[in-house]
Design a protein around this ligand. Structure first.
Ligand code: 9MR
Length: 380
């Protein structure tokens, strides 16, 4: 008899504790946003993604939903390149670029312009220019028109893309050859700074972890600084693999660029998981290896990644982001080159028709182990 009330009391207390816990969980969820990349790294650096035409046109709702949830910066994968935006001397095509900028503004994102001067995806009419005066006025018209149009709206410009050879010497692009040297780089940065004094101006290239190429970047940066021309950042593209580059090489470049007085961004991050027949590195788009197409040895994960490969990718991303966090004071932005694995250019390069898995989200927009390993760094 005497035990009965206390048993009832215990049940009531237990029930009230259960209700309380439930309430707390509901309340906490209501105030703390869902975990996302952009939220987790908001005090460290921006988290971006390159987006394609369908994402700009918002025809793929799952893709846009993920973009909005996870990322706070965007880069146009192809739609602001010269051949797209300025296909003929007197014709500019701003339709998609306008939509791109509007999408970024709608979502309060850091908007990157990619890219003003690049030897690749260049309109054919520019490749035919043969005298320096015409090239100089062409560069001027191009930059003034585009940077001017988006003044105050595009936050960062990749002003010059891939102007260096692997040994750090100047690439003999049509700009270099016709202008008679690297002075076209000075012109480009000067014009961009004048057309939008508030935009951040970046030199962007691949393999910038390489010590020889690093010297080339430092030469460009120092030359601009010595001449009083504004440059705000170096964009390390970061088309990497499971094995390389080493963290040490990456770190040495971060430190070297930061010591030169510019910020570092990782502008095109992806990590290939597929075999690479000739130790190909970087992103020289001219290279491609048709003889390996349809070779199953070269395409080991045509349906999905094995668990072992998922874990390997997760460990690689964890190590990379650990390094980024260590140097967060020097790093402005980390942009992935695509939203999910299905969007990646690495499904078609250097061998066409493969199934690569280089990003944090799989083809169904599901976060991979690599996503969790990156987010877990912020939970520790
Ligand atoms: O991802 C882009 C791919 O869709 C294009 O076919 C390719 C053509 O050159 O360019 C890719 O993006 C490149 C970027 O603009 C500059 N760095 C290397 C990237 C991968 O090639």
């Amino acid at each position: 008899m005497t035990n009965k009330p206390s048993t009832l009391l215990l049940i009531m207390i237990a029930f009230s504790i259960f209700l309380n816990c439930k309430n707390t969980t509901v309340k906490e969820n209501a105030i703390s946003p869902l975990p996302s990349l952009k939220e987790s790294f908001k005090n460290d650096f921006l988290i971006g993604a390159a987006i394609s035409r369908s994402q700009i046109n918002q025809t793929d709702s799952l893709s846009n939903a993920l973009l909005e949830k996870e990322f706070n910066s965007i880069t146009p994968e192809n739609d602001m390149k010269w051949e797209q935006i300025h296909p003929k001397e007197d014709s500019f095509n701003f339709e998609t670029a306008d939509k791109y900028v509007a999408l970024g503004e709608k979502n309060n994102m850091h908007i990157v312009g990619h890219t003003l001067l690049w030897h690749s995806q260049l309109a054919p009419w520019v490749q035919n220019i043969q005298d320096s005066a015409t090239m100089a006025s062409t560069i001027k018209a191009h930059i003034n028109k585009i940077v001017g149009r988006y003044k105050g709206r595009i936050n960062t410009w990749d002003v010059v893309n891939e102007a260096l050879n692997e040994d750090g010497s100047p690439r003999e692009s049509v700009f270099y050859k016709v202008m008679g040297g690297e002075n076209y780089i000075e012109q480009a940065f000067m014009l961009a700074a004048k057309a939008d004094p508030d935009a951040k101006l970046v030199y962007n290239d691949y393999n910038l972890w390489k010590p020889e190429k690093r010297k080339g970047v430092l030469r460009i940066v120092k030359n601009l600084q010595d001449k009083g021309i504004k440059i705000d950042g170096v964009g390390m593209q970061a088309h990497w693999s499971l094995e390389g580059p080493t963290l040490e090489d990456i770190e040495n470049s971060i430190i070297a660029y930061s010591n030169a007085g510019v910020k570092v961004s990782f502008t095109e991050l992806d990590v290939t998981v597929l075999p690479n027949p000739w130790d190909l590195d970087g992103a020289a788009v001219e290279q491609s290896y048709a003889q390996f197409e349809n070779d199953p040895k070269m395409n080991p994960y045509p349906v999905k990644l094995t668990d072992a490969a998922q874990i390997q990718l997760a460990k690689r991303y964890e190590a990379i982001f650990k390094l980024f966090l260590k140097h967060k004071d020097k790093i402005e932005r980390v942009t992935f080159w695509g939203v999910n694995d299905g969007h990646s250019w690495l499904n078609g390069w250097p061998i066409n028709g493969r199934t690569n898995h280089p990003l944090l989200f799989d083809r169904n927009f599901e976060p991979k182990k690599a996503y969790n390993s990156v987010l877990d760094l912020k939970k520790q």
